[in-house]
Design a protein around this ligand. Sequence first.
Ligand code: SIN
Length: 325
Amino acid sequence: MATRKIIVLGTGGTIAGRAGDAADNVGYRAGEVQVADLLSGIAGMAQRLDGAVMSSEQIAQVDSKDMDWAVWRALAQACVRYLQDEAVAGVVITHGTDTVEETAYFLELALGSAVAQKPVVLTCAMRPASAATPDGPQNVLDAVSVALHPQAQGVMVVCAGAIHDARHVQKAHTYRVDAFESGDAGPRGWVEEGTVRWNFRPLQSAAAPSYSLAQWLDRSPPRVDIVLNYAGAGAHVVNAVLDASGPEHERLAGLVVAGTGNGTVNSQLQEALERAAAAGVHVALASRCAKGGVVRSEEPATGFRVYPGLSAVKARVRLMCELMA
Ligand code: SIN
């Protein structure tokens, strides 16, 4: 049997962060350490690899608050390229915690059948690589265990010993090393001293739609923004977003509303959204609640989209992909 390979793609983040003082867990710069250097210092990696070989590629070196479509596209292309290699068991991606849930969900939508049999596992850290007790090395070890597991498939995020589905994972804490949750779904599993314990396998019927990657190459993404409903929110927010030019002077194509409760919006905001929709903007309703999704018994008369169970940031990724496709 050919030697199995694990590919690790680096994108930056706190996991690759460096501070001037090992006791400082917050005053660091994200995206400083090269992924190859991160991997070379991890004790116990040979045991986790269990005979598999590991190689790495630096795709980007960013603080994930600055994550953008160009990096997503480069990541998706690299995943497709590596996963086509029969010897590759899976791909691990090191990423910042702040937007890892968006990148994971984008990859789930973009990779489709490429991850039907093999996994892409994103991992991250809440403490920089320079910390006296960094959490990144353990998270990478756990991500490698998941990537090598014969039943692993799809896109997942591994952090603090838990395995989360791309669709459900959400950063829920600003500081703790165990910063991620999967809401009502719960984690897909756990990694305990290198052993993967699955909680559930994703149901086929719950699988996300996928969009053919080939169609997206060399095209810029549609501009989709997010607005929030809150006590006292007004039409001016939507009007400002509509009037504003995007980074590339693009017209607004879509608008996701992080509504209150079950995706509700106040009457002024509602009117402004209806005007936006009449002007050709695709509107999607999500909720600002941390758990649950928008539950509708019927399509609202407005024709606004609802993506059951998706947070506002993931609804934005989904709408962008839908409009691209
Ligand atoms: C980032 O998201 O790149 C910085 C924060 C983190 O990784 O925890």
